[in-house]
Write a protein that binds this ligand. Structure first.
Ligand code: NAD
Ligand code: UD1
Length: 332
């Protein structure tokens, strides 16, 4: 298939591109490089021996997107392009709504115009807000407290409305838990600009000596060691979930599915610190601090539906996630 990947030079997008090429798909990337580096294309080429077709523009430029769909016969779209920092979305809500929601509307309009009706969308466990119980199943109530999360909720709803109006669409809403780790080649991974917001990239920088210590946000949660618990999923496992979603549509035709992509296992901040120390052989200094505003105590998936519908089963445990993150960090 010819697959258009929006945000394909980003963290999850680049890993998905590699897996798509591996199974023989033709990949076309559109990315405005607002949070990624063009050098990722060289890395993808080294890993796969194939350089994907690349367009550098903002998906909000409808004329350019229209031209792209005219030039290439696109069979399906995987839509990663978005701004993704929760904290930043609180200070820049308009930019988040404009980029994530307006960008998606333009993409869906152009898809409709060109009769491309197959899409896999990057949603997030953030749409569950603070769940009443765990593990989280897809039928839990949706709620969110920040513009980033709200942009994901709106795009999900847009896609549900599109499907309700025209049942010839195939739509997968994939709700990711906490993607971490890197490709085993050490060539692609997550390398945020500035101070990392997320746990694993921060630990990686402490391990490499770039930062002195990790601040552990909250040690008084009702968890086994008092620190927050999350469902960390290896980015390569996550990437494979997208290929399985596309495959699902080959056998099931037009449908809208909503699926959690997580492992079903929760690890605390200190569990991750310990696993990273073991994987890297480095000491991770940390200091306990008050809770981070907006954080929840425990969040992990019930991955049963992903397994049932897509055959999704994660291969990599926390040890491999830490090891691959570390190997990538050392290689920077
Ligand atoms: P990322 O920032 O690494 O990748 C996103 C890519 O989209 C970047 O390369 C960026 O340059 C590009 N982009 C952004 N806006 C664009 C636009 N208007 N036009 C063209 N390109 C644009 O992020 P990621 O971690 O790879 O996340 C991919 C998707 O998964 C996002 O939609 C994100 O919200 C979602 N998600 C991520 C996580 C996570 O923890 N990483 C968790 C849940 C959901
Ligand atoms: C964050 C986002 C969420 C997004 C997810 C994946 C917030 C409030 N939520 O989730 O919307 O889907 O990333 O990108 O930002 N921690 C520390 N010290 C740190 C960093 C994190 O102790 O320096 C702790 C956090 O308190 C949390 C855990 O580590 O308990 C994981 O944090 P993080 O990696 O930021 O992910 P989430 O908060 O789960």
């Amino acid at each position: 298939m010819n697959i258009l990947i929006t945000g394909g030079t980003g963290y999850i997008g680049s890993h998905t591109v590699v897996e798509l090429i591996k199974v023989g798909h033709n990949v076309i990337i559109v990315d405005n490089l607002c949070n990624s580096d063009i050098k990722v294309l060289d890395k993808i080429e080294i890993i796969t021996n194939i350089r994907p077709i690349f367009y550098s523009f903002d998906i909000k430029y409808s004329t350019l997107l229209d031209d792209l769909f005219t030039k290439h016969k696109i069979d399906a779209v995987i839509h990663f392009a978005a701004l993704k920092s929760v904290g930043e979305s609180v200070t820049m809500p308009l930019e988040y709504y404009e980029n994530n929601i307006s960008g998606s509307i333009i993409l869906f309009e152009i898809m409709k115009k060109h009769n491309v009706k197959k899409i896999v969308f990057s949603s997030s466990a953030t749409v569950y807000g603070d769940p009443a119980t765990i593990p989280i199943t897809e039928d839990f109530p949706l709620q969110t407290t920040n513009p980033y999360g709200f942009s994901k909720l709106v795009i999900e709803q847009l896609l549900r409305d599109i499907y309700n109006s025209d049942k010839s669409w195939s739509i997968a809403l994939l709700r990711y838990f906490n993607p971490v780790g890197a490709h085993q080649s050490c060539l692609i991974g997550e390398n945020p600009n500035g101070i990392p917001n997320n746990l694993m990239p921060y630990i990686a920088q402490v391990a490499s000596g770039k930062r002195d210590f990790l601040t552990v946000f909250g040690s008084d949660y009702n968890t086994h060691d008092g620190t927050g618990v999350r469902d960390y999923i290896h980015v390569v496992d996550l990437a494979i979930g997208h290929i399985q979603a596309l495959k699902y549509f080959e056998t099931h035709g037009c449908e809208l599915i909503t699926v959690n992509l997580g492992t079903g296992v929760g690890y605390s901040v200190l569990d991750v610190v310990n696993a990273y120390q073991k994987a890297s052989g480095q000491t991770i200094n940390y200091r306990l601090a008050p809770r981070r505003h907006g954080d929840i105590a425990i969040c992990y998936a019930n991955p049963t539906l992903a397994n049932k519908l897509l055959g999704f089963k994660t291969q990599f445990g926390i040890e491999q996630m830490c090891l691959d993150s570390w190997n990538f960090q050392k290689n920077l």
